[in-house]
Design a protein around this ligand. Structure first.
Ligand SMILES: NC(=O)c1ccc[n+]([C@@H]2O[C@H](COP(=O)([O-])OP(=O)(O)OC[C@H]3O[C@@H](n4cnc5c(N)ncnc54)[C@H](O)[C@@H]3O)[C@@H](O)[C@H]2O)c1
Length: 313
């Protein structure tokens, strides 16, 4: 079985590519190595995949001509590539082109794959809005360009399923952390600041935010289970995340405890559209996939600190 993983040089896509290969799939990854964050980090992820025998092609999903270089005999497409996160430096055009246009182009490519069994869209808790504690049946109320553009991409994919054109589903991921986490996200930045003794920019009020921080290994386990169970998932939306919640402040204390160092905080203005609570409701994932995340925040952070030390010190 052959799988195309988009965004395979990124944080979660690279882990997913490895998990699918471990599960016996032949994986081809693609990525445009966007400069949203340091390209060197994506090259590090890409090198790790290539060492494991996973092919990675550079292409931009927005460019229709780039698809000419791809084979068309995929059994599965897993779409991780995106303009991620809520960032004041990302433009509306970047969110729209990478999360909506790119998804539509990929769907058009998907039709050329006559063996295709399932198209998995990777979505986010941000589609729920400022609070993300709900089952999949609740109407989404995104509060950021990121959330709105990811919801639009998700609906493009699900429309293909409703129209019986493709078998497809969407997996909504919650607050993912672990080795290779994007450098502008909480823990990679926090660990770096603690180790280097630099100030950590804390968004005003965010220490009180609640998050179901989910270890990336538990996320890609859920993704793999979904691939295995694909025959029962056409048209479904499924939340994947940890069932316990922690304040961001607790995460800061845990990193300090694990490193034996205090982090100096510098309060910076709050981010518009930032969620104040995420808590994954995974009843459906449990029922359909037998999904059950197992990694505690402390265990996951230890692994992320080890990764940071191995690669950046
Ligand atoms: N990190 C999280 O906590 C989180 C939570 C929920 C959902 N998600 C979703 O998971 C997916 C992966 O996120 P991530 O955190 O790994 O981000 P990431 O930025 O590390 O990975 C995304 C990858 O996609 C690539 N990419 C972007 N636009 C592209 C294009 N037009 N063509 C080809 N490649 C392109 C980027 O270069 C990058 O390597 C995204 O769809 C995101 O919305 C992430």
């Amino acid at each position: 079985m052959k799988a195309l993983v988009t965004g395979a040089a990124g944080f979660i896509g690279s882990h997913a590519a490895e998990r699918l290969q471990k599960g016996g799939l032949q994986v081809i990854g693609i990525d445009n190595f966007s400069d949203y964050y340091e390209v060197a980090l994506k090259e590090l992820n890409a090198a790790s995949l290539q060492q494991k025998g996973i092919t990675l092609q550079k292409m931009d999903l927005r460019q229709t001509s780039d698809y000419d270089n791809l084979p068309t005999d995929f059994d599965f497409i897993l779409h991780f590539a995106a303009q991620p996160g809520i960032s004041s430096t990302s433009t509306f055009e970047e969110y729209f082109s990478n999360n909506v246009i790119a998804t539509q182009n990929l769907l058009e490519f998907a039709h050329k794959n006559k063996n295709l069994k399932h198209f998995f869209n990777i979505s986010t808790s941000s589609v729920y809005g400022l609070e993300a504690t709900f089952p999949e049946t609740v109407a989404p109320k995104p509060a950021s360009w990121y959330g709105v553009s990811k919801l639009a991409g998700e609906q493009l994919v699900l429309a293909e399923s409703r129209g019986k054109k493709l078998k497809a589903s969407s997996l909504r991921l919650f607050s993912v952390y672990g080795p290779r986490e994007r450098p502008e996200k909480l823990y990679t930045k926090l660990i770096g600041c603690a180790i280097k003794g630099t100030k950590f920019p804390l968004f005003e009020g965010s220490e009180e935010h609640l998050r179901s921080f989910t270890y990336v290994g538990d996320i890609v386990e859920g993704v793999y289970k979904a691939v295995v169970q694909h025959a029962e998932l056409d048209g479904e939306i499924i939340n994947l995340g940890a069932e316990d919640e922690h304040k961001t402040q607790e995460g800061i204390w845990l990193v300090e405890e694990l490193l034996g160092k205090k982090v100096e905080l510098e309060v910076v203005p709050r981010r518009p559209g930032d969620q104040f609570r995420t808590l994954a409701n995974i009843q459906k994932a449990k029922k359909l996939l037998g999904y059950s995340p197992t990694t505690s925040l402390k265990e996951g952070l230890e692994l992320q600190i080890n990764w940071y030390r191995e690669n950046f010190l």
